[in-house]
Design a protein around this ligand. Structure first.
Ligand code: SF4
Length: 303
C-alpha cells in the first residue's frame, strides 16, 4: 500500500466536547504528542518515502500551540505539504487570529476550520470569520468544514478528511453514542460493506499520541513507537486482520456475525453498527480496538 497522508492527532484534548466527534475529543481527554514524538514520526515518514501530506489535527491542535508550530515548521522544512484542522477558538479578535496564524504563513497549504452548531460556532460567527480573514490576509489556503444535524437528508457523508462545505454526520465514536437515536434505522444485515475507508490499500492513516496507527478511528494496525510504520504497513494483511478481514468480506454485519455479537434490529448507518460491534469486541482484540480514548474512556486512553 502507498501512504501519501499522515494525519497526526496531536492531542485528544479539546476545549469543546462536540456530539458528532469521531474521537471523543474533550477537556477530560489526555494524551499529547511531544516534539520528540513528532520528530520520530517525521523520521518514519521520511523512511516511507511516499508521504506527501502531514496533517495536524485532534482534539484541538492549537491547545498545544508550541508543539503545533514547531511540528509544522519541521514538517515543512522536510518538504511535506502541511494541513491543520481547528475549531478556531483562538480567533477571538482579528489581530489575535493574525498573531496565531503568522508563524504558520508560508508553511501551511490547507487550514480547515470546523464550524457548525456542534462546535458552538456557526460559520458566520466571529471566531470563524476572524480566522478566515486572517488566513486569507496571510495567504494561507483556508476552507470551512461543517457537519449537518443527524436528521439532515440529501447531504453526503465523508469520513477521514472531511471536504470543504457541509457533510452529513457519520455515526462513529461519540456521534454513535449521542446522535444515532435521532436518525432513522436500517436492518443491521444490510450493512454489508464499509462505505468510506479503503481498508485494503488506504492512502492515509491517523496517528495518535499513544502511537496507534488507525486505519479507521479505533482500528489500530500497530504502534509506531514499538514497530516502525514501514514494518507495520509491510506486515499488514487486510484479509487476515481480525477486524478488517471480516469488514472486507461482508462489512460491519459480517464483523458482528462472525464474532457472535448480538445486534439491535436497526442501526443509523454502517459506521454505527461497526462502532457498536467493535466496542463489544474490545476485550477480545485489545491491541487492535484501541485506545480507550476512541471508545469514550476519557483520560484512560493508553489502552
Ligand atoms: S464501516 Fe467501520 S471501518 Fe468503515 S468507515 Fe465506518 S467505522 Fe470505519
Amino acid at each position: 500500500m502507498t501512504i501519501t497522508g499522515l494525519h497526526l492527532l496531536l492531542t485528544y484534548a479539546c476545549n469543546f466536547e462536540c456530539e458528532h466527534c469521531f474521537v471523543f475529543g474533550g477537556p477530560q481527554q489526555s494524551g499529547v504528542m511531544t516534539l520528540d514524538r513528532i520528530g520520530e514520526i517525521l523520521d518514519q515518514a521520511d523512511e516511507l518515502g511516499s508521504v506527501e501530506w502531514i496533517y495536524f489535527e485532534g482534539g484541538e491542535p492549537f491547545l498545544y500551540y508550541g508543539a503545533l508550530v514547531r511540528g509544522v515548521q519541521q514538517a515543512a522544512r522536510r518538504g511535506y505539504r502541511v494541513g491543520i484542522v481547528s475549531n478556531a477558538y483562538w480567533a477571538t479578535a482579528p489581530e489575535d487570529a493574525r498573531a496565531c496564524l503568522e508563524p504558520l504563513a508560508g508553511l501551511v497549504q490547507d487550514l480547515s476550520i470546523s464550524s457548525d452548531g456542534y462546535h458552538g460556532s456557526e460559520p458566520d460567527g466571529p471566531q470563524t470569520q476572524n480566522a478566515l480573514a486572517a488566513a486569507a490576509g496571510l495567504g494561507i489556503p483556508v476552507g470551512l468544514i461543517s457537519i449537518a444535524g443527524p436528521e439532515a437528508s440529501g447531504v453526503a457523508a465523508a469520513a477521514g478528511q472531511i471536504p470543504a462545505g457541509e457533510s452529513a454526520v457519520v455515526f462513529r465514536g461519540r456521534a454513535a453514542e449521542k446522535l444515532a437515536h435521532r436518525a432513522g434505522r436500517r436492518d443491521w444485515r444490510t450493512f454489508s460493506e464499509c462505505p468510506y475507508e479503503d481498508l485494503r490499500s488506504p492512502g492515509r492513516v491517523h496517528l495518535d499520541p499513544f502511537g496507534h496507527v488507525h486505519i479507521c478511528q479505533g482500528i489500530s494496525l500497530g504502534n509506531l513507537f514499538a514497530t516502525p510504520l514501514k514494518a507495520i504497513f509491510a506486515d499488514y494483511d487486510p484479509d487476515a486482520h481480525p477486524v478488517t478481514g471480516p469488514l472486507l468480506r461482508g462489512g460491519p454485519a459480517e464483523l458482528a456475525r462472525c464474532n457472535g455479537v448480538r445486534c439491535q434490529p436497526g442501526y443509523a448507518d454502517a459506521c454505527h453498527l461497526c462502532y457498536a460491534t467493535r466496542r463489544a469486541l474490545r476485550g477480545r482484540y485489545p491491541q487492535t480496538l484501541a485506545p480507550g480514548a476512541m471508545y469514550g474512556a476519557a483520560s484512560a486512553g493508553r489502552h
